[in-house]
Each structure stands twice: as structure tokens, then as C-alpha cells.
Design a protein around this ligand. Structure first.
Ligand SMILES: Cc1cc2nc3c(=O)[nH]c(=O)nc-3n(C[C@H](O)[C@H](O)[C@H](O)COP(=O)(O)O)c2cc1C
Length: 451
């Protein structure tokens, strides 16, 4: 099972379960010399942590990030960076009544069907707590991207059908449900509160925007940037759909509406493609949206089955978010950061090679060889022509061409090919000797001479 690691050049491996002693991440491929401290990581951890707003899970985890390796005197050393977060507010007793039943909307049944053994405490490895490691890795990735002017912002643009019309990321950062539109923020929060009071849950849509993108990130065909982003975002629990740019709406547009027109001097007239064409970044902002399902754990009594397939009813106590969107937005930003850091590091590994002096010399030798072969063929053809003329054959009846006309045709063709006139005429003289032939070789007419 190697599904806990992703990335090539910037490679993350997350570890830990919801109610285990700790969760975290090991990051391999962090460039040496990058300034990194726990406060930088902590700032991102605080954005994901539960129990902050009253509208999320009351599980009170401080989520203190400890850097265990890979950093010395404030700089990354090139060694793997391990970040550990200890879990302190664990109440596995809340799950005691759920250990033999399958919670609707959760992976309890499918995990057991696959592995035959299950950590039932708080969702085990499938818990949202696993994403602590992702956010820590994202903080490191962001450090790298910051240096290149790449900025990632996320917000919750829809909850329970209420949609944001504007995208003010700074406002979203202060808002309990991370809504980027002050006009609808309280309506969104009200829907979350209502769902919570009714023992229910709601879903929504998160939008992630990346500014300062360079063109050229992403590797066709299987590591297309859009494919990598979609896969990374879909790997977050509760994400049920990902679209890039106009996404599904593009299926209803015409080409004349969808195509982003490149502008003279750089840039594009629109961004329907969401910043990626051909799987490679265009330099336009990246725009992604994630569909988030309603939280599986709800307060209402639900019908289900137990491990023996017998009908059962459950009531989920535990501590849960009635809407996962505000918690998932920082996780999604972190995954985007990791994908971009990986793509950036892979790109840095693509050194564009220039031919060496020896390779240039070899190439010129090949050209000279081709000239000699062409000359040999020309002499053969003209000898054959002369033999045919001596025998009174067809070649003798070809229309004559004067040396002057041949010269003019030669010069015209040389100009078309961008050759200097004197160099071209020197070649003609070398081929024909001092006296140009009165006729072109069989099948060749003035203006059709090719190099
Ligand atoms: C940050 C985060 C927090 C989550 N918190 C909860 C939660 O409190 N209750 C819950 O039922 N699901 C929660 N989830 C979602 C579940 O992990 C997820 O729905 C479940 O494992 C089933 O996976 P699926 O929805 O991707 O099929 C959370 C997910 C994330 C990313």
C-alpha cells in the first residue's frame, strides 16, 4: 500500500490516525537553504484547526507543529523534513457504540471490506485529522512558492445553495464560514447554524485561486498540471468533484466563447481554461472549484446495518462540523501548494541543454557530407544527360536554358531560402565550373532547384 505518498520531486508522506497519539508528514525533496521555522508552519495549522468559530467541530486540538528533522539553524538542510502534531483532545469513548456498525456516508464498510481490520476510533485513517500533515506540507511548499511570487487563496463560494457573488479573500480569512462575499456571509453562516441545530449537515463549493503563476508548469501527458491538481484535490475526504476554469460549464459553451485569446505583448483576453492549456500552465491565474458533500456524521438517528449485516439504528455523538467547507479550504490550498512545489521542482530538473562545440562541428560535417552526396548525384545525372544527348535521345530535345537564366533562377531561389547571394553564386560556379551548362538536368526547371 503506497497510497500515503504523493509527488515526485517534492514528495509528501502523511501518517497517523484520528485518535492515535500524533499525526504528521515527512517531506522529501525540500530544496536546501529555505528559511523554515515552526511559526511559519503553525500559521497554516491554525487556519485548519477545529474549535475556532463555534460553527465547526468543538474538538479542541491546539495542533502544535513540531519540526523533528530537516531544518538546522533556521534553514532546510536538504534532508527529509518531518513535522509532528500530537493529538491531545481524544475521546474515543464517543465511538464505542459505533465500532460494530457502519456509519452511513462513511468509509467504515468499504475499509473493512478491503483490509478486514478497522480502527473505528474517530474514523481512523479516513478522518479529516489526517489532513493535518497535508497542511504542514503545504506550509513548506508555500515557503518555496512565495519566493517565486506564487500566491494561493481559497474561500467558500457556496453553502447549501447560497452563492458568493464576489471574491474577497481577505474578508474570507476573517469570516467564520470563509465566505468571500460580505453580502451573503451571514446567510451562509445561518444555514450552517440551522443544520447544526437540526442535527443535520450541509455541503458547498470551495474556490481556490493561484496568482503569480509562471507559464510552463506541468508535464504532459500523465502529469498534466490539471490532472495532478484534480487528483490531489480529490484525495481530500468529502471532496466529490473538482473543476478547473469553467469546468462543467465549458461543456455548454461554443469554441468562440471558450477560447482564451492570446494578446499581443503577452497575456490572454479571458481565462475560461483556468490557467492550464495542454496540461501546462499558461501564466494565467489558476482557478479551481471543489464540490464538498454534506458531513457524514449527523445528529439525527439513522438506519444502517452492523458488521453481521443485521439492521441497526445509530446516533452519532462525537464532535463534528455541520459544514466541512471552512475546514477543507486551507487543506485544499495546501494540496495545491504541494502540487505546484512538485511541478516547480520537476521543472527545475529540466535543464535545457545547448549543443557542445563538438556537437556543432559534427552537425556541420553532416551538412558538408550532404553537399558532397548531392554534387556526386548531380555529376552522375549530367553525365547521363550528356550520354543521352550524344545518342540523340530525348534529353537533346529539352528547351535550352542560357547561363544567364540559370544564374537568375539560382539567385531567386537563394533569396527565397535566405542565403547570401555571393555564397550561393560561389556554389553555382563550383558546381558548373566557369561555364554554366546550357541545360538543367532532366526534370529540373528554373525556380524548382531545391537545396
Ligand atoms: C478537514 C476535514 C474534516 C472533516 N471532519 C469531518 C467530521 O467532523 N465529520 C465527518 O463525518 N466527516 C468529516 N470529514 C469528512 C470525512 O473524512 C469523509 O467524508 C469520510 O472519510 C468519507 O469519505 P468521502 O466523503 O470522501 O467518501 C472531514 C474531512 C476533512 C478533510
Amino acid at each position: 500500500m503506497r497510497s500515503n505518498t504523493r509527488g515526485d520531486a517534492f514528495r509528501i508522506t502523511t501518517f497517523g490516525e484520528s485518535h492515535g497519539p500524533a499525526v504528521g508528514v515527512v517531506i522529501d525533496g525540500v530544496a536546501p537553504g529555505l528559511p523554515l521555522d515552526e511559526a511559519t508552519v503553525q500559521a497554516q495549522m491554525n487556519r485548519r484547526r477545529p474549535g475556532r468559530t463555534g460553527l465547526d467541530s468543538p474538538r479542541a486540538e491546539p495542533d502544535r507543529a513540531e519540526i523533528l528533522s530537516g531544518v538546522f539553524e533556521g534553514l532546510t538542510t536538504g534532508a527529509p523534513v518531518c513535522i509532528l502534531v500530537r493529538s491531545v483532545d481524544v475521546r474515543s469513548g464517543d465511538y464505542e457504540n459505533l465500532k460494530n456498525v457502519f456509519r452511513p456516508g462513511h468509509g467504515d464498510f468499504s475499509w473493512l471490506a478491503k483490509y478486514g481490520v478497522r480502527d473505528w476510533r474517530g474514523g481512523g485513517r479516513l478522518s479529516g485529522r489526517e489532513t493535518v500533515g497535508r497542511v504542514a506540507a503545504g506550509a513548506v511548499a508555500r515557503r518555496l512558492l512565495d519566493r517565486h511570487g506564487i500566491r494561493i487563496e481559497g474561500a467558500v463560494v457556496e453553502i447549501d445553495g447560497i452563492r458568493a457573488a464576489t471574491f474577497d479573500a481577505a474578508f474570507a480569512e476573517t469570516d467564520p464560514v470563509r465566505c468571500p462575499d460580505p453580502a451573503v456571509a451571514s446567510a451562509m453562516a445561518e444555514r450552517v447554524r440551522k443544520a447544526r441545530d437540526e442535527g443535520d449537515s450541509v455541503g458547498g463549493v470551495i474556490e481556490i485561486r493561484v496568482e503569480g503563476m509562471p507559464p510552463g508548469l506541468g508535464d504532459p501527458v500523465f502529469r498534466r498540471l490539471d490532472a495532478d491538481l484534480a487528483s490531489a484535490l480529490m484525495s481530500i475526504g468529502a471532496v466529490r468533484g473538482v473543476e478547473i476554469g469553467d469546468g462543467f460549464a465549458s461543456a455548454r459553451l461554443h469554441g468562440s466563447e471558450f477560447n482564451d485569446r492570446p494578446l499581443p505583448g503577452g497575456g490572454f483576453g479571458s481565462n475560461h481554461a483556468g490557467g492550464v492549456l495542454g496540461g501546462i500552465s499558461t501564466g494565467q491565474p489558476l482557478v479551481m472549484r471543489l464540490a464538498i458533500r454534506p458531513t457524514g456524521s449527523i445528529g439525527k438517528t439513522q438506519e444502517t446495518v452492523d458488521r453481521n449485516g443485521q439492521a441497526a439504528t445509530i446516533e452519532i455523538r462525537g464532535r463534528h462540523d455541520p459544514c466541512l467547507c471552512p475546514r477543507i479550504a486551507p487543506v485544499a490550498e495546501a494540496m495545491v501548494a504541494c502540487v505546484l512545489a512538485d511541478a516547480w521542482s520537476r521543472q527545475a530538473g529540466i535543464a535545457r541543454v545547448s549543443p557542445t562545440a563538438d556537437e556543432w562541428a559534427l552537425e556541420i560535417d553532416r551538412c558538408d557530407e550532404a553537399l558532397l552526396v548531392a554534387l556526386a548525384r548531380r555529376l552522375d545525372v549530367s553525365a547521363a544527360r550528356d550520354r543521352a544527348a550524344a545518342a540523340g535521345g530525348a534529353a537533346d530535345r529539352k528547351p535550352p536554358i542560357t547561363p544567364k537564366a540559370l544564374r537568375a533562377a539560382w539567385v531567386r531561389r537563394a533569396r527565397e531560402l535566405g542565403l547570401p547571394r555571393d555564397r550561393a553564386l560561389a556554389v553555382l560556379d563550383a558546381i558548373t565550373g566557369s561555364s554554366a551548362p546550357s541545360r538543367l538536368p532532366t526534370g529540373v526547371r528554373p525556380g524548382t532547384i531545391r537545396r
